[in-house]
Design a protein around this ligand. Sequence first.
Ligand code: DX5
Ligand code: ZN
Length: 235
Amino acid sequence: MKERNFIINPSLLACDFLHLEKSLADTVGAGVEMLHADVMDGVYVPNISFGFDIIEKICSVVTVPVDVHMMTVVPEKYLERLRDAGAYSVTVHSDIGDADKVAGILKDVRALGMKAAVALKPAFGAECVRDLIPLCDMVLVMTVEPGFGGQRFMERMLPKIAAVRQMADRDNPAVSVQVDGGVNVSNIGSCAVAGADNFVVGTSFFRSGDLPRAAASLKAAAEAAVGGISAREEP
Ligand code: DX5
Ligand code: ZN
């Protein structure tokens, strides 16, 4: 397996909204490589989060890329607004329409100069993104049902991470594989071994009480798990 750069990507759903600017500064100061912004419309998922004005404010003060996870039924309506807000990447869910519709959205995201990603809810298998991988910069494998932070990681998603990684190695090796939902220091290693390289962390990061330490431990756990594998494979 090609060596991958691990990215710790805190989900801002769990940040301190009362002191957003400070929370953002503390998060970026902890040494993370990316920030994850969850947009929920109350229709695709039974929850509502924040919108474009907040994303724009976030992008205006941070020095790392902002990765926007669109848990919305019509993300295609808002791609230009996301570009104008400063989004680095946009993730849309595989089941918001047929494969042609999702493919069209991924192409439009890229045409606007952003990175494009497709997400799989737990009920959808890796085969749902097979034909989309050439159009993607990232595939997100959800490890909880989307809609809320603080849920329990679903171990049974690990084979799907591996299947997506395998397809990507064949069809578009540059694709990153992201995991989102319940990721913590105890399970990040299995995600990395399965093939994930971009780790969304909400509760486990923001409730840790020590953000720099949490970022470092998460990354070290991912690297140790993969390092352990290559060490064991050596003759
Ligand atoms: C869930 C969101 C996640 C969530 C992750 O629908 O997509 O990004 O905030 O939070 P934790 O890490 O707490 O599961
Ligand atoms: Zn998310």
